[in-house]
Design a protein around this ligand. Structure first.
Ligand code: CTP
Length: 228
């Protein structure tokens, strides 16, 4: 493979996948509808372009032995897995739908029905916001994914700014035929200057290819840190 066939050779990508699961008791958790399909498609597309890939996931990974898979459940576990994987990585793609809240206390035994139940929730760690301004992410191209139903463009651009992202991929999750759990996706990608690409509805594999083109264009021409 030459550089044209393997534009990501010698680069390591971290991709996060799925929805985090925040335990309530030994058998229940707070979760969301993220299937991991978009992230898995990105992981496979990156492998085909010569990258090494660390997939930090709450769901099943693609059956490709070249992908390093790290299984996690909670936002906190995902945060520490991302931080451990970051040194030497070229790209972080935070595709995962990270829960925003977790139970303030996890019941040690299964909660029984029969009475009204109130759950006290507290915010989870915001992984991307925690990395903003942290030297651990210096030189890493960081891509966020915004799942929105309302004021999509404005919200995505606000997250790009607040989380110090290089790119944000906006997914309108109010449309059933695209996004969470579906085979296809349609996204708009923003950087700090505004909209940089709209990828119209197509398979998640093709969306992944478009996103990797954008990411590759943002990598320094010469690799600055060695892969692991
Ligand atoms: N994200 C994160 N840590 C969180 C929540 C989200 O790192 N605790 C990341 C997601 O992986 C995604 C980006 O932030 O790449 C935007 O996630 P999104 O759920 O759209 O936004 P939130 O910041 O959670 O805001 P809100 O839920 O209010 O829309």
């Amino acid at each position: 493979m030459d550089a044209q066939d393997a534009p990501l050779a010698d680069r390591r990508l971290i991709v996060t996948a799925g929805g985090t699961r925040e335990p309530i008791d030994p058998v229940r958790y707070l979760g969301n509808r993220s299937s991991g399909r978009m992230a898995n498609a990105i992981a496979v597309a990156a492998i085909l372009r010569g990258a090494s890939v660390t997939l930090i996931t709450t769901v099943a990974a693609p059956p490709d032995p070249r992908i390093e898979v790290i299984r996690v459940d909670t936002a906190e576990e995902m945060d520490s897995a991302v931080r451990s994987a970051l040194p030497g990585a070229a790209v972080l793609m935070m595709v995962a739908a990270v829960a925003d809240y977790r139970a303030a206390a996890i019941a040690p035994r299964k909660l029984k029905k029969g009475h009204a139940l109130r759950l006290d929730l507290v915010p989870t760690v915001d992984i991307l916001r925690g990395l903003a301004g942290d030297p651990i992410r210096d030189g890493v191209v960081v891509v966020g994914f915004a799942a929105e139903t309302d004021d999509a463009g404005a919200n995505a651009r606000r997250k790009l700014r607040e989380k110090h992202l290089d790119l944000i991929v906006l997914n309108d999750v109010s449309r059933a035929e695209i996004g969470m759990g579906s085979e296809d996706n349609e996204v708009s990608v923003f950087d700090s200057t505004g909209l940089v690409m709209h990828i119209s509805r197509r398979s998640k594999a093709l969306v992944a290819a478009g996103l990797l083109d954008l990411v590759t264009a943002r990598l320094p021409a010469v690799r600055v840190s060695p892969p692991r």
